[in-house]
Write a protein that binds this ligand. Structure first.
Ligand SMILES: [Mg+2]
Length: 426
């Protein structure tokens, strides 16, 4: 079997005005869809970060993909990523720009596994060691946000209907009460059984009050997490951590860097999780040496694919770390890739993050996948179990063209509503 075509389609989907430590989400989130076709008529799908740089990097990889056998993953990985354990270029932002070659390889690996799954009649999870679980748990992912569902025009009928509804997607949530209401919607509509709050937005005490308000609303059985995206100082992280000890399931990236995380770990009796402190294989030795984390939030887009994610989870076992999954704004191809690999990881100790409920648009046939009691189910469907809706893909590609966004830039978006705004360190 040989890969004869590699199609790369940049897309933009409506994204609500969510706040983060980096500023404000733009009206559209960007993704890149990869489709591989083989000489015997099979196709495989992958999805990754969006914008000009991923597009350029994937275009540059094409000639090393065409002609390869999709079963020869190690050879394809070497052709694109060289040594996948090499340190990435730290001069480039780690998220959303394919800052290391393993990130270019990731959607190609996923598409190859989709092809192999279709060729063998087995779901991708079965190629990764088999379904350790068929129901993959996801967590509610809450955001402080402004009113509105995102997008500026050209939204599908379903999205226009969403504009008119009074729910988590449309409502403002810039207070503890607003977040509790958002959480109630997530739990009622999707059945999530744990809750994460994106922090680093309001004053830290206000965010701690938000967590305590959720504890009050949902009781001690509902696991809670907060992720200030590294913008709290060590002092603030320790002070808030001590206040929330006994309330948080884990404390995600309160502060920046391995040394600072290790300092927080020495003072706060809550497991520390990260998707920012330890983001490549080359980060692991220092992370271990310092005792900087307890839980690694993996991400196949970042770590170079689904098979590397299985290996990473095994390494986490060696160091006694818990494992869960980080998320960016994404569509159904990434959702299913995440779910397949999570199904195959025995030591997935926490429900995975996902932005999926924030997106109203899709590129996969049949529209958005549904959560069943907070889970994505993996059945016997070969491959990832998703196919492209070509009309939807064309529409979201046209939206990308019109949106004129080359990269995610939350600071620039925030400055449109607060001129001169810069990220705050608390
Ligand atoms: Mg995070």
């Amino acid at each position: 079997m040989k890969i004869v075509e590699m199609r790369i389609v940049p897309v933009a989907m409506a994204d609500p005005p969510l706040r983060s430590a980096f500023g404000l989400h733009a009206p559209y989130a960007l993704r890149t869809i990869v489709q591989l076709k083989t000489d015997d008529g099979l196709t495989g799908l992958g999805e990754t970060y969006g914008g000009a740089i991923p597009l350029r990097d994937l275009e540059a990889a094409r000639e090393r993909v065409i002609g390869q056998d999709p079963w020869h993953l190690t050879r394809i990985e070497a052709a694109i990523a060289g040594d996948p354990t090499a340190a990435p270029n730290k001069d480039r932002p780690w998220e959303g720009t394919l800052s290391s070659p393993v990130q270019s390889y990731s959607p190609i690996e996923v598409a190859c596994l989709d092809i192999i799954g279709k060729a063998t009649g087995r779901p991708v999870a079965d190629l990764l060691g088999g379904r350790y679980r068929s129901a993959v748990p996801f967590s509610a992912y809450l955001f402080y946000k402004h009113a509105g569902i995102g997008g500026t025009d050209g939204l599908a009928d379903a999205s226009i209907a969403a504009r008119e509804r009074d729910d988590y997607l449309a409502r403002e949530a810039l207070s503890p009460e607003g977040i509790v209401r958002q959480a109630e919607d997530f739990v009622r509509l999707f059945g999530f059984k744990s809750i994460k709050l994106k922090g680093g937005v309001l004053e830290p005490d206000r965010e701690a009050a938000t967590i305590l308000a959720m504890r009050e609303a949902f009781g001690p059985e509902m696991p809670l997490r907060i992720d200030p995206n590294c913008v709290w100082s060590v002092e603030t992280s320790i002070r808030i951590g001590l206040e929330l000890a006994g309330t948080l399931e884990y404390y995600e990236d309160p502060t920046d860097g391995k040394a600072n995380m290790a300092e927080v770990a020495r003072h706060v009796p809550i497991p520390l999780a990260t998707n920012m402190c330890t983001t490549s294989w080359s980060d692991i030795p220092e992370t271990v040496e310092r005792g900087a984390i307890h839980i690694l939030l993996s991400d196949h887009h970042l770590w170079g694919g689904l098979m590397p994610t299985v290996k990473l989870a095994q390494l986490c076992r060696v160091f006694g770390w818990g494992v869960s999954m980080h998320s960016n704004s994404h569509l159904g191809i990434s959702l299913m890739a995440m779910a397949h690999v999570a199904a195959a990881i025995p030591n997935l100790t926490y429900a995975c993050d996902t932005h999926y409920p924030w997106q109203v648009e899709e590129v996969i046939a049949g529209g958005k996948r549904r959560f069943e009691e907070g889970h994505i189910m993996i059945d016997d469907t070969p491959g990832l179990g998703v196919e492209l809706d070509e009309d939807a893909l064309a529409r979201l590609h046209e939206q990308y063209r019109k949106a004129g966004l080359a990269k995610r830039d939350d600071v620039a978006e925030m400055q449109k509503i607060q001129p001169g705004w810069q990220p705050v360190r608390w």
